[in-house]
Every structure is written in C-alpha cells, then in structure tokens.
Write a protein that binds this ligand. Structure first.
Ligand SMILES: [Zn+2]
Length: 514
C-alpha cells in the first residue's frame, strides 16, 4: 500500500555554499567541533534523504541535482511540538475575533459577517472574555443571529459561545451561558454537523502544511482532538503529504491505536514514512483564562484554586497503560499543582514524555522534571497573550510563569510549539517571545526567565544540532542569520521577520523561494 504511492527514488541533492548555523545544547544530535564563526560557506551532500558529507569543494556524484545556497544560512528544519492541525486549518476560514474587547464588539462583528454571507453558519474564533463585563450570554447572541447557527470558540479553545440554534445542532442542552471544558471538548468533534466539513478537506490541510513549510517547519506534533486511526491515511492518500507529522491520541481514542499495535515512533499503517505515532495526550487541568488551571494557591479574583480533571489514581493508571503499550505521554498541565501532580505520576509509573504548557511552576518541580527526563513542551507566544491576565489572577507568582530559564538551567529539554490555533503556527514568533518577553513597548515580563537566541533555536529543531553527517535531510535555508546581535528587542524583531528561502523534508523540497 505504501509503495504504491511512494516514488521509488529517495531524493539526493548537493547544496553549495551554505553557512551552517551553530545549533547547540544539551542532548542535541550534531555537536560538531567547530567554532561559532560560520563565515566559511560549506557544501552539503544529501544522498537518499540523509546528509552524507559536509565540507568545502565537495565532488558532486553523477545524477545528483545541485542547488546554490549563495552564502545563505542552513539549519535543521523547525518543529512545532503542539498543534491542533484541524482547528488551525479551519481557523483561517473563520471569523477572526482575536483582539475583541467586549460582548458588544463581538456581536457587531457577528452581525456584519451574517450580513456579508446571507446563508449558512458562522464559526468564529479568538475572543478572550475572562475579564469582560458583561460576560458572553446566549440571549444577546440569539438577538443578532436569529436562526443561523453561530459558534464562537474562545482564543484558548476552552469554551464556546453558541447560540440556541447552534446548541441544538450540536445536541447540547439549551442554556444562557458558554459551553466550557469537558462538555465543549466532547461537543467539538460534532462541529462539522453544524459547520459542514469543507474547512478540513485534504486540500485545506495541504495548504496549511505548505504555509508551515514556508516558515522552515519540517515536522509537527498533531494533537487534534478525536482523530481516528484512519484520519491521516485518508488525508495523505488525498494528497495532504508534505511534512513529518506525529499523530497524538487521546484517552477516548487511544484504544484503536493500541489495538493496531502502534507504539510512539511507529509509522502509521496506510501512510508514507512521514506520518508516525505520537504520544497519548492527557488534559490534566484547565486553563488560565477560565480560572480552571489547577494551582497551589487560590486565584486572586474568583476564589478557587482550579481543579484537576482526573484523580491521582486515574492519572497513574493512564500513564502506566500508555507505558505498557510503548506510548509516550503528553500531559497538559498549566497550573503549578497540576505540574507537580503530573510529575509525581511520571515518577511513580516510569512513563516518558512531556509536560505540555507548564505555565506556572515551582523551581523544585523544574529540578524534578530534569531528574525524570521529562521534556517541557512550552508555547512561548502564550506568555505575550497571558501576561496581563497572569498579573491579575496570579499576583506575586508571575516570576514562576513560563520559567524557561529555570527549566533550561536545571537541564530539562525544552521544546517549543504554538498550540495553534491558540497562537499562530509560527516558530519564529515562539522563539522571539522566548528571547524577548514583551509584545509591546513595555520592558520584558520577567526578563530573567528569557532564553538566549541560541537556546531558543535549540528548542525548535526537535533535538537536532548543527547540520552534520548522519542527519536526516530536514533542512531550512534562511535569507538572514538566525543568531542576530543586538538587544533582545532587536533580536526578537529580526526573528519575527525571518524569511525562509527553502525547506527540505527528507531531502525533498517542501518550500522553494530561492
Ligand atoms: Zn493544545
């Protein structure tokens, strides 16, 4: 089945005159004994999808195509370690509500969209309403929408503001409040009942993958909810094949993957070599926005501490189950209590994998994480979005938010992602936020927790260091030096405006603009 679709020849190429970006850090493959001056452009020979020779004036084997890098900068391809690819694909076709400041403003945009498109549903996304007064309510939404279904998904993905027609379409009880957390996560897969499925056709996915490749991305971890084992094979067969994808399972879908004998890292049956089994994702607490992330101390506004989504026993049982079947685990833990509980479960079960988000944590837990070898999968762009909310909900604790410096210095492997659509699928945004913790004119937010550009690059390459012999030919060729000098503000600006000339995945061109 695989060999029918896969071309027999595995790609080879000679790239002439590329400056090798030094990417170093603990645990990266590709430590090479060269100093950091990379002004001598090198030739890179790729045979059968792997780098086999790096040096000056290499001989080109017969039949191998040649590309001239003309002194551009070459680094390992970038990864986004946390994407909801289906949602991100749909978001581009949705009513954009990011940056809205009130119920009234959202209602205005919804009526405008309803007038522009006289039939069909409206799916909106991106409002962050935690601090709004009044809060979103169904009655006011119904007044503008009439009988057209409207579903407005919050920017953190943890609630949806749905009108009465939409609630009925999603088979949810009618109410005046938003649909949040578990109830929303369960309803989400039924969204296509209301919205139609055009938003996630294979062509739409391929478009998303091309846009990611244009940013130098060669791989991503797809943690979309409720994907069956057959979802990616179908998509690939229909042409959505370009980048490496690790497919995550959730508690309610994992049985199917286990029954197929899949362990983390295995190729998915019916797919080409790019699509492999990812981790089991477990959502152990809520979010900051909805004050449901589980914390050691109560939130400043609104009383409680948040709560775990599952008991200690269930968490341990899940981790043990995953480990027994050869699956890594990705535990969503945003509050410091959730991080601690997740690490305890990792410790007791010997499971391996990541803490996703780790938005608020204690130093000792950072050290525990290092000791256990659990990776920190963090989305630095969220620190820009959550800065002000964290100050009001977690006052006096924000020196422990997005504690990248602690994690790095304690020896935790830090890896970056976007959690798209929560923040855009853009690794350069993530790196910029990690380096300069401010999106505006203000000083960096706890700049002592920032990373250097070197460290941010190392968190973005899925464990590959400087391009060297033996690496897969997953490569990004850049028009500018990704290790710019200057202040952190200047460095962040340079990263955000990075232009990627070409991207190769396993030696195959996935993006070409040079
Ligand atoms: Zn997520």
């Amino acid at each position: 089945m695989r060999s029918q679709r896969r071309p027999a020849a595995v790609p080879s190429l000679m790239l002439r005159g590329a400056r090798l970006v030094p990417v170093r850090g603990a645990g990266l493959r590709g430590e090479v004994p060269v100093d950091d001056t990379v002004d001598v452009p090198m030739d890179v020979l790729v045979i059968d999808g792997r780098v086999v020779e790096v040096g000056e004036g290499l001989a080109r084997p017969q039949g191998v195509a040649e590309h001239r890098a003309d002194g551009r900068w070459l680094m390992p391809g970038l990864w986004d370690q946390h994407v909801h690819l289906g949602q991100w694909t749909m978001v581009s076709q949705r009513l954009d509500l990011t940056g809205t400041r009130s119920v009234e403003e959202v209602l205005g945009l919804v009526s405008q969209r309803l007038a522009e498109l006289p039939v069909g549903p409206v799916i909106g996304w991106g409002h962050r309403s935690a601090s709004w007064s009044p809060q979103p309510n169904v009655r006011e939404l119904d007044e503008v929408t009439g009988d057209r279904p409207v579903v407005l998904i919050s920017g953190d993905g943890h609630h949806a503001w749905i009108n009465t027609v939409g609630l009925r379409g999603l088979r949810l009880p009618v109410r005046d409040d938003v649909v949040a957390e578990g109830e929303w996560f369960q309803a989400y897969p039924r969204l296509s009942d209301v919205a139609g499925s055009d938003g996630t056709a294979p062509e739409a996915y391929l478009h998303t993958l091309r846009e990611a490749a244009a940013k130098g991305i060669t791989g991503l971890v797809d943690l979309e909810f409720d994907q069956s084992l057959g979802a990616w094979p179908e998509r690939e067969a229909a042409g959505a094949e370009l980048l490496r994808v690790k497919v995550g399972a959730y508690v309610d879908t994992v049985a199917e993957f286990i029954a197929a004998g899949l362990q983390t890292g295995d190729m998915l049956p019916g797919c080409g070599p790019l699509v492999t089994m990812g981790p089991l994702k477990i959502i152990s607490d809520g979010s900051l926005n909805t004050r449901t992330a589980w914390c050691c101390a109560p939130y400043a506004e609104g009383g409680g501490t948040g709560a775990p989504n599952l008991s200690e026993e269930s968490m341990r049982a899940l981790l043990a189950h995953a480990t027994k079947h050869g699956l890594e685990v990705a535990v969503h833990a945003i509050g410091d209590a959730a991080v601690r509980a997740a690490l305890a479960a990792y410790d007791e079960t010997g499971a391996t994998g990541t803490i996703e988000h780790a938005q608020l944590m204690n130093r000792e837990d950072s050290r525990t994480m290092a000791r256990l070898g659990i990776r920190a999968s963090v989305q630095p762009a969220h620190l820009l979005d959550d800065r002000d909310l964290s100050e009001s909900f977690w006052p006096g604790c924000t020196d422990r938010c997005f504690a990248l410096r602690w994690l790095h210095d304690d020896g935790v492997q830090v890896v970056f992602g976007s959690d798209a659509p929560v923040s855009p699928l853009d690794p350069w945004d993530a790196m910029a936020a990690a380096v300069h913790r401010s999106a505006d004119e203000r000083e960096p937010w706890h700049g002592e927790q920032a990373l250097t550009v070197h460290e941010a690059l190392a968190a973005s390459t899925n464990g590959l260091g400087t391009v060297t012999v033996g690496h897969p030919a997953d490569l990004a060729l850049l028009d500018a030096d990704p290790l710019p000098s200057g202040t952190s503000r200047e460095q962040a600006a340079a990263l955000r405006s990075m232009h990627v000339a070409a991207t190769w995945v396993g030696g195959r061109l996935a993006h070409n603009e040079f």
